[in-house]
Ligand binder design. Structure first.
Ligand SMILES: *Cc1c(COP(=O)(O)O)cnc(C)c1O
Length: 431
């Protein structure tokens, strides 16, 4: 399978090159040249397959000829070594829990799959070692650190803003050691991100070591997110109702992978992109005008994105046909007060405790179901509520217990290199 750059349709590369480069020329996102439908039989027999078999068949066409089937199955087996349960919340509403991985957020899947594929390409010997360089505002750093831990040939350097990530998130990035280094930046997340961008453009650094990024722009992090939808479908397929998924969205990588799965034939009837007050896509679907803004800070902070990078991939999936897009995708936006209110209400009514991101997803789903009574709806719980401990305890007015892994993490020693400007980063990378 070849991938073309959305900035230049004549620029085509292999999966391996797309993974290694991250982005095409002039920051174009890579997109698969062809999307084949999966055979009907696959969906009929899906319940006789293991999660690894389902995922291996689903992603097969996108890596064909570049990763041998046995190798691919091994990478996927390791990626999916936790559960993805769909649980009932109300009569017409289920929740797909994506937080049972090592860092308690759905980004574990993309990070582990990317680590596996990159590790394979290095082992095969086509490329020397690489350095994965990422800036994080919280969740990405932990997932990448954990996913890439001890992968041969890969060094990981994570920049995070001092004092601006939660205690749990900081421990997840700073206590692993081995091939993972955390750089604690005396500055904002934006400062971290701009330093990372400068490093990618710095030829002196590029001569010294091969750099790659690990955000959802990278096809190896974006594509495996389709697995969630296949695994959820398998659990609810015997309901003879239409099926809708509501996805709390920030950079729109997750929902775009769901739309891709639908394009491959997975029987999903509708998608809801649930937004916090960063609602450029909600507005786009109303006005057909795409007007990015600076992001505003909310309690669902992983969705504080003013100009979602993957939205262009969604437009491509629908060949830029606005009406077609609108018939498959709805979008709604909610304030922090609405989010807090619904966390409390659902907890009191049903006993189910949502995190702020999942709560935005729930709100979007309910709004869609009000006008579409013939649907069964599933919202995605993208992180465990303990990741947002203060907000959640404040909203429900009581303490929640920490899972044992997280409790243990609190006692591990933080190790981070202090840096304050680009010069410091450059010196570190040239060492
Ligand atoms: C990253 C993240 C999101 C947003 O996902 P996108 O793929 O960027 O739309 C939502 N919830 C949580 C908890 C996240 O970490």
């Amino acid at each position: 399978m070849k991938y073309f750059s959305l900035n230049d349709k004549n620029h085509k590369v292999s999966f391996e090159t797309a993974v290694l480069n991250g982005l095409g020329p002039n920051k174009g996102l890579y997109f698969p040249e062809e999307i084949k439908k999966l055979p009907k039989q696959f969906f009929q027999q899906i319940s006789s397959l293991t999660p690894t078999e389902i995922a291996t068949q689903a992603i097969g066409q996108f890596v064909e000829g570049e990763i041998p089937p046995a190798e691919l199955a091994g990478i996927i087996e390791n990626t999916l070594d936790f559960d993805f349960p769909v649980k009932p919340v109300e009569e017409q509403v289920g929740v797909l829990e994506l937080f049972h991985g090592p860092t308690l957020a759905f980004k574990d899947v993309g990070a582990k799959f990317m680590a596996g594929t990159l590790g394979y390409f290095i082992k095969k010997g086509n490329i020397p070692g690489v350095t994965v360089l990422v800036a994080t505002s919280g969740d990405t750093g932990g997932a990448v650190a954990r996913g890439f831990l001890k992968v041969e040939g890969i060094e990981v350097v994570i920049l995070y803003p001092k004092g601006k990530v939660s205690e749990i998130q900081e421990k997840q990035l700073t206590t692993l050691g081995e091939n993972i280094t955390a750089l604690e930046v005396d500055g904002s997340f934006d400062a971290c991100q701009s330093m990372v961008k400068m490093a990618f453009l710095d030829s002196e650094i590029q001569q010294h070591r091969k750099l790659t990024s690990a955000n959802s722009i990278n096809v190896a992090r974006w594509l495996p997110q389709m697995f969630y939808y296949f695994l959820a479908y398998e659990q609810v397929k015997n309901r003879d109702q239409k099926l809708a998924f509501s996805v709390p969205s920030g950079n729109f990588g997750n929902i775009c992978a769901g739309l891709l799965a639908k394009e491959m034939g997975l029987p999903i009837d509708h998608f809801v992109a649930a937004n916090n007050e960063n609602n450029v896509v909600t507005r786009f679907l109303q006005t057909q005008k795409y007007e990015p803004t600076a992001s505003v800070q909310t309690i669902s902070n992983a969705m504080d994105v003013g100009d979602p990078s993957n939205f262009i991939r969604i437009l491509e999936l629908f060949s830029n046909n606005f009406e077609d897009l609108k018939s498959h995708l709805s979008s709604f936006s909610y304030t922090d007060d609405q989010t807090r209110g619904i966390i409390k209400k659902v907890y009191e009514d049903t006993g189910y405790l949502m995190d702020p991101h999942g709560a935005v997803g729930y709100l979007g789903l309910k709004e869609f179901l009000r006008k579409h009574k013939d649907y069964y709806g599933i919202f995605l719980e993208t992180a465990h509520p303990v990741k947002f401990l203060e907000t959640i305890e404040d909203v429900i007015g009581k303490k929640i217990p920490l899972p044992p892994d997280i409790e243990a993490l609190k006692h591990r020693e933080k190790k981070a290199v202090q840096i304050s400007d680009y010069e410091d980063l450059k010196n570190f990378l040239l060492k």
